[in-house]
Design a binder for this molecule. Sequence first.
Ligand code: ADP
Ligand code: ZN
Ligand code: ZN
Length: 727
Amino acid sequence: MPGPVRRWFEYLPPDEEPGARPLRPGMRVKVPFGGSVRTGVVLEAADGSEIDAGRLRRITERLDDEPSVPPSLLRLLVWAADYYHHPIGEVVRTALPVGLRRARPAAPPAARAWRLAGAAGGSGDLGRAPRQAAVVAAFEDAARDGGEPSLTEARLRTVPSWRAALRALEKKGWVERLAIPPPAAGAVSKLASPNESQARAAEVIESASGSFRAFLLDGVTGSGKTEVYLIAIDRLLRAGAGQALVLVPEIGLTPQLVARFREALPVPISVVHSGMPDGERLRSREAARTGASRVVIGTRSAVFTPLCRPALIVVDEEHDPSYKQQEGFRYSARDLALMRGSMEGVPVVLGSATPSLETLQLCATGRCRRLRLAERARGARMPRIALHDVRSLPLAAGLSERLVEAIGERLERREQTLLFVNRRGFAPVVLCHDCGEAIECRHCDSRLVLHRADRRLRCHHCGAEQGIPAGCAACGSPDLVSVGSGTQRLAESLADRFPSARLLRVDRDSTRRRGELDRMVRAARDGSADILVGTQMLAKGHDFPRVTLVGVVDADAGLLSPDFRAPERVAQLVTQVAGRAGRGELAGEVIVQTRRPRHPLLTALAREGYPAFAAVALAERDEVRMPPFARLALVRAEAPARAASNGFLATARELAGALNRPGVEVMGPVPSPMERQGDRYRAQLLLRSTSRADLQAFLRPWVERLASVRTPRGLRWSLDVDPIELG
Ligand code: ADP
Ligand code: ZN
Ligand code: ZN
């Protein structure tokens, strides 16, 4: 272990010296499993078992003196395994970095500290207990120096017999223990002085300290949400309330946020994300677990970071799809953050300029409190979004004349332009000029994408690649042309049109090297680029003060997608990229090219902004009974033969029927939107219920039965609870 075990396994306790501390949940142990010895995590310590003791095997060794997985986190993992119907072994493994899967004892928790509690009197009131009086006096001295009235063990040691005195004071309720000492006296936080709405939001969040409350910090782009997090966290830290966990969509995209936290807060901050070396990741995790670090900033999986004493959880850009893991253990870090907050009894702040419809619905039903930041922090105006109807207009590499002219104006004024394209690469497709046949991937139902830099064709779905063929496979014509406009093609065309402009292309290909994205973002900020061309990577959270024009080259692909969430994604992207414009002193303009200028969602967005869009979109979801008004689960199956995946899902459907639960609707099986991928045929079955409880009650017995269906070779299936993509 933690291998992919679906069940819990029972063991006898290890043979240890009498008087050894009992094993507790969350401790790692070594156990015999099959023919080998594996690392496992204690889920529960029970007094007895229904299994005959003679048939139980014994834990061979304990690996921890302190639980590697603290009890409250373990509860979250057990809950998640149950809710997502995923093997508990794999779920626990998600929360254990590689270093801890091998046997190595974990470090002990951090230094402890105490402070005077509300019930405390003065040192003068302790005439008959001189040692206690000396301890209280030490606290009073610390407070008089202007610092925080709390002391660590090291400082208290100067008082003779301090330990016994402290214990007596604790018993009386005069002194309380802080697991996490506040910042040292005199440590200065560098916070902006908040405007009224920022101050109010931070205050409301702080006042929820010590209990679970959900907040949506709904602040327009540039409204200063980060400062609100910082102010709230700073106050909680100073009150000795504990640690903060801050989730962000992608660390690589938010170096500014991490830097801002480091600059603002005078406490150790650790960063955790999956891209970091194992050793470093383990050190960050241990710092969080022992309390050595006070703030943890991390991506999706950081929701499982053990915390010594959590005080606040923040999910920045809560609408971001990267919070949902799309393979294996398909959890939503945003949803788990809320669950963790409720289990740990701490407030959770979801922040976004474009909140998910799920979160907005939570607010509408009173389960989440909405805090608005309606204005930009530096007084800059919000840019206007103009829909530009490009039907039957001539386009050069996807750009209309109007957009090209607008770019020209910016160049003259030495301002920046940001062009957003939702495809990387040079051209999405290579076509035969004579018969119109496109070059397709041999393994998928998709066309290959031309990458200009190395003149290769690549499949963006399975990774297959090849050179450009000499002629058309269908008719033999040598006349092949590239059409469409990815980032590369757009950048080249702009270089032709504006030869003296300094161009910067930002996408997965151009930022593959470590540190490259960081370098590019800096170049964009310091004004050493005139035109930025990029994919949605550019839309996330960056602050480019000199950008005054944002062009969205094509909004239609998203609107036409069959996925019910596609319009929400388009609206979020357009609003987020638009938010990059006019952040500084300069006003911004946003031009969105579309062939559907009357699309109701798009017009609501352009005329009245994201909240109006969201209202229309929510009404539509309600009408068609889709989330957040219904709960979904999706079973995907794939196999080398179409019949195999369909056959499995047909069986799944029958099993569902046999369970006879009227509250759950079963739809399908249908072929997946991209049926063939990597030479495998994919199909899916959709389950829907208006009640989360009904759906869960159905899934439990159903998944158990599915797991014991005998499947043909090569068939793989998975269950996705609360899927965010139906494909
Ligand atoms: P958001 O995340 O809401 O889009 P940011 O947190 O990035 O916005 O803030 C936008 C800009 O405004 C940042 O440069 C930030 O430093 C600045 N800012 C935020 N709050 C204040 C404030 N109260 N006074 C001055 N500048 C502020
Ligand atoms: Zn042809
Ligand atoms: Zn392919």
